[in-house]
Design a protein around this ligand. Structure first.
Ligand code: NAX
Length: 332
């Protein structure tokens, strides 16, 4: 039997975690033969609520779940961590500027980066979900210099899934049959969902998305803005931000990182830029990546970008550079 892995989930008393804990603890992410120790980090005032979450997990009687450790101490939480899913962040309060929110949140990720640096396994795989996700991941990486930069990623898989489903419903096929859509850049409204290298499977045949949809105006207009604004639309309808779909996307992100991507397919993740496509080195930028079964990923290179794509990538990069500079100032 395999030794248990330690999976840390922050923001464990929050709404995304509530949808995430079950599939993770059940084995859907790391395999149905992989025992798990779940470490649940939240802040002191939420420990009461967290206790209830722990009770529910216990009551699921899951065979792979070996131990549950609730805590409010990041140093305790990251001890020996194999995987860190950083969901916890401060929500935007009424009247709060985006800049103030960024300041408050990057400090959380500085503390957690330092704790990861001291206590986690050097092989720890980190995915940042809490917003601003890319910039929080950048700060986390910066304050964990003993861990390889490529171990820090942020979630843009929800954006990818949203884009896949938009195309799928347009072509009347399953979302599974939409391949290689790319999310470039920031997990924000400047992200660029790009279909130009993607294809769909129609009766077993690969067809370029452009040719299957046959509506360039939609692909360059409403499709992009729908994906960019989807999060805000969910908030408007639900009065709460995406949680079920975010949890599903976290599972997909980590499952692919753990087991690899199928031949010829790629997925989007926020990863440290290596300078590909002219993106400043070190920025956490969403790129298409392929992942080997040994858990190492690489950015897909050599894709042709037209003027439209270059302009969009430039705009989202500009926003990320501004966020990074504000974050560095807040942490100084
Ligand atoms: P909730 O407010 O329901 O839960 C957040 C939890 O984090 C709370 O329990 C809070 O006490 C905890 N927390 C706050 N500070 C903490 C700290 N320092 N250490 C540990 N825990 C801490 O938010 P939820 O809906 O779960 O969303 C969490 C984050 O995900 C938000 O920042 C949200 O904007 C972000 N999202 C990111 C997405 C992505 O695709 N990257 C999509 C979904 C979501 O919008």
């Amino acid at each position: 039997p395999k030794a248990p892995i330690r999976v840390v989930i922050t923001g464990a008393a929050g709404q995304i975690a509530y949808s995430l804990l079950y599939p993770v603890a059940k084995g859907d992410v790391f395999g149905h033969d992989q025992p798990i120790v779940l470490v649940l980090l939240d802040i002191e005032v939420m420990l009461g609520v967290l206790k209830g979450v722990v009770m529910e997990l216990v009551d699921c009687a899951l065979p792979l779940l070996r131990e549950i450790i609730p805590t409010a101490d990041p140093n305790e939480a990251f001890e020996g961590a194999d995987v860190a899913i950083l969901v916890g962040a401060m929500p935007r309060k009424e009247g709060m500027e985006r800049k103030d929110l960024l300041k408050a949140n990057v400090k959380i990720f500085k503390v957690q980066g330092e704790a990861l640096d001291k206590h986690a396994k050097k092989s720890v795989k980190v995915v940042v979900v809490g917003n601003p996700a890319n910039t929080n991941a950048f700060i986390c990486k910066k304050y964990a210099p003993s861990i390889a930069p490529e171990n820090f990623t942020c979630l843009t898989r929800l954006d990818q899934s949203r884009a896949q489903s938009q195309v799928a419903s347009r072509v009347h096929i399953s979302a599974q049959d939409v391949h290689n859509i790319i999310i470039w850049g920031n997990h924000s409204s400047t992200q660029f969902p790009d279909v130009s290298h993607g294809c769909v499977l129609l009766n077993g045949q690969k067809v370029k998305i452009m040719d299957a949809v046959k509506d360039e105006a939609w692909l360059k207009g409403a499709f992009i803005s729908t994906v960019q604004k989807r999060g805000a639309e969910v908030i408007a309808a639900r009065k709460l931000s995406s949680a079920l779909s975010a949890a599903k996307a976290i599972c997909d992100h980590l499952h692919d990182w753990w087991f690899g991507t199928p031949e010829g397919r790629w997925v989007s993740m926020g990863v440290p830029s290596d300078g590909s496509y002219g993106v400043e080195k070190g920025l956490i930028f969403s790129f298409p990546v392929v992942i080997k079964p040994n858990k190492t990923y690489s950015i897909v290179t050599g894709l042709e970008l037209d003027a439209f794509a270059k302009e969009k990538i430039c705009a989202t990069q500009k926003e990320l550079i501004e966020e990074r500079d504000q974050a560095l100032e807040a942490c100084a």
